[in-house]
Design a binder for this molecule. Structure first.
Ligand code: SF4
Length: 108
């Protein structure tokens, strides 16, 4: 698999999905590029673009909640942070993602 081409394909595929969920790619292009490359690499190894920031388990059902974009499975949590766990996606009205912090789900 050509990782660079797949990274751009994932960007193309994810954009409308995130848009419908009220999110957009982080405006920090360096972060978006790095995270998409990690996902393309994971997809090349596993066949699925799993989240690069969440640990997978042996439970396939639980792992499917970590397929990007995983926003629907963690909506309350991510809405509270105004970003996804990795920060690949932020709420549409976020202009400075550097001010957003990861907050454990247990503290939401
Ligand atoms: S936390 Fe973000 S980057 Fe990771 S799978 Fe979910 S939406 Fe994708």
């Amino acid at each position: 698999m050509n990782i660079k081409a797949r990274k751009e394909a994932l960007r193309f595929l994810f954009a409308p999905v995130a848009d419908r969920l009220g999110y957009k790619f982080t405006p920090v292009e360096e972060d978006a590029d790095f995270l998409l490359e990690q996902e393309a690499q994971i997809e090349a190894e596993t066949g699925i673009p799993y989240c690069p920031c969440q640990a997978r388990t042996t439970d396939r059902g639980e792992n499917m909640k970590m397929v990007c974009p995983c926003i629907p499975f963690h909506r309350e949590h991510y809405n509270a942070m105004r970003r996804c766990w990795c920060g690949l996606f932020v709420h549409k009205d976020v202009t400075d993602p550097g001010k957003l912090r990861q907050i454990p789900e247990s503290r939401i």
